[in-house]
Design a protein around this ligand. Structure first.
Ligand code: CA
Length: 198
């Protein structure tokens, strides 16, 4: 009996290495080793263009609105007007109803020619249309129209931002007036950033 057990054990020990070797050989035949190319910085394959190439471009000059005093009417929840020129697209102002006016004090006269309105560029912000006009003033009391009310399409595919270009005009105060927002999530105007350029 003991002899039979020894024979069986010997056969098993002889078989196992062969079985293991067979599996190893099989693995080697199906694995393809690929050598990664040297890469020192993030790279985007040419078949995936940078989405920012599709964004609506903004002027390269100083944003005259950023950090300047701003005044608006009633806002929704915590979405106060100072969110509209803090330099961050993940904070925003939302008015309570229409029309919604927001006024920037540029703290000096500038020859302005562009106002840009930006929403959060994340695609979770559904496409919507907002109707916007621009008025300017030198004394903060008498305003004249720089850009008539017009409907603008906001879409994350183009950066969720629009620009309003108009004839260059001297302005110390800029009023942006919203009269429509087709978003299904609000009854007011929305802007993550409003930028003003010469
Ligand atoms: Ca903001």
């Amino acid at each position: 009996m003991k002899r039979a057990l020894c024979v069986m054990l010997a056969c098993l020990l002889a078989f196992l290495p062969c079985a293991a070797l067979g599996e190893e050989e099989e693995i080697e035949t199906i694995v393809t080793i690929v050598t990664a190319p040297d890469q020192t910085a993030a790279e985007r394959p040419p078949c995936f263009p940078d989405p920012k190439d599709d964004y609506i471009p903004l002027p390269e000059g100083e944003n005259l609105a950023q950090g300047k005093p701003v005044i608006s009417g009633a806002h929704t929840d915590v979405y106060v007007d100072k969110n509209v020129n803090d330099g961050k697209t993940d904070t925003y102002w939302e008015s309570k109803g229409f029309p919604a006016e927001i006024v920037f004090d540029l703290q000096g006269a500038f020859a302005v020619s562009t106002v840009a309105v930006c929403l959060n560029p994340s695609s979770i912000w559904e496409p919507r249309i907002q109707e916007i006009a621009v008025q300017v003033s030198l004394d903060g009391e008498t305003f004249t129209e720089a850009a008539a009310p017009q409907k603008y399409q906001f879409d994350a595919a183009t950066g969720n931002r629009i620009r309003i270009d108009f004839d260059t005009v001297q302005a110390a105060y800029v009023k942006v007036i919203f009269t429509l927002n087709t978003s299904s999530h609000t009854g007011g105007a929305q802007a993550a950033e409003i930028c003003i350029y010469e």
